[in-house]
Design a protein around this ligand. Structure first.
Ligand code: NDP
Length: 265
């Protein structure tokens, strides 16, 4: 599904183009809105059959927004997604690996099940790792780079903060943090900076089931800034990275958690 303009079939978008996995809601939509404000054309994906409302909202800023249904854990879907980007826009400048899942139920690691672990690693780690490979191959094959490029990985404070009731999630995010470093090293010689952005507690569908718990924890001082994070907070930070406002910083971790990870005594 497409909203807004865009190049004719087979043409190349005159604007920079970003692919944001899971850009149809939550943090991904916050990122998509921020990049749309900066004038990037957008490809977003999710597992839902359509995302008409999100595309219309993004296109209202004057950019083209296109949605493809694709499960990033599935190799054939990843290839189809990358093909769709080049078919629709003829180029890709920015990849934001945002899509991710939490465990269906939080279970103590003494009781947790293999199926949940496998699914979380497939979606949160294997998916973005190999999607980056597929995207990087195509980017590097483009004869003439068309604009400053960047890759952003959305990990989590859970990459380092241990939660024994969702070990699968923590491990998937710790692995993803290493994936970001690996791709930073591999793509540096091609002039493509890679960043890891580590959010704290952000108000989205993912955290809707634990609202009361985090309301209480935040009121009790879990974060130095006593509020929930918002998708727009993450969107503004990604937009700054994509604009190149943090030069000389490839491979670095940007933590946006309201001070949650600041150790105090
Ligand atoms: P939401 O649950 O609100 O949204 C998840 C998004 O990912 C949706 O767009 C969903 O698409 C998409 N998605 C899920 N699984 C797949 C898949 N297999 N293939 C493609 N797309 C998929 O989550 P958030 O916005 O809260 O989280 C976004 C990212 O930020 C995740 O990686 C999460 O781990 C991370 N994060 C979130 C925090 C929080 O507090 N919310 C904190 C730290 C990190 P669809 O709508 O089609 O289901």
């Amino acid at each position: 599904m497409t909203a807004g303009g865009g190049p004719a079939a087979g043409g190349r978008s005159p604007r920079r183009v970003a692919l944001i996995t899971g850009g149809n809601r939550g943090i991904g939509l916050g990122i998509a809105e921020a990049l749309a404000r900066d004038g990037l054309d957008l490809m977003i994906c999710g597992v839902e059959p359509e995302a008409a409302a999100a595309c219309a909202r993004l296109a209202a800023t004057g950019v083209a927004a296109h949605y493809v249904t694709a499960d990033i854990a599935d190799a054939a879907d990843r290839d189809r997604l990358v093909d769709a980007v080049w078919a629709r826009f003829g180029r890709l400048d920015v990849l934001v690996n945002n899509a991710g899942i939490a465990p269906k139920t939080r279970a103590d690691i003494l009781d947790a099940e293999l199926a949940s672990f496998e699914r979380l690693v497939q979606v949160n780690l294997q998916g973005p790792y190999f999607l980056t490979q597929a995207v990087a191959r195509r980017m590097l094959a483009d004869a003439v780079p068309v604009g400053p490029r960047a890759v952003v990985f959305i990990t989590s404070v859970s990459a380092t903060v241990a939660s024994v009731d969702r070990g699968d999630y923590c491990i998937s995010k710790a692995g993803l943090a290493m994936a970001a470093r690996l791709w930073a090293v591999r793509l540096a010689e091609h002039g493509i900076p890679v960043y890891e952005l580590r959010p704290g507690v952000i108000r989205t569908d993912m955290t809707a089931g634990v609202t009361e718990k985090y309301d209480r924890l935040i009121a009790d001082g879990l974060t130095l800034e006593r509020r929930w994070g918002a998708p727009a907070d993450i969107g503004r930070a990604v937009a700054a990275l994509v604009r190149g406002d943090l030069p000389y910083a490839t491979g670095q971790v940007l933590t946006l958690d309201g001070g949650l990870s600041v150790a105090t005594l």
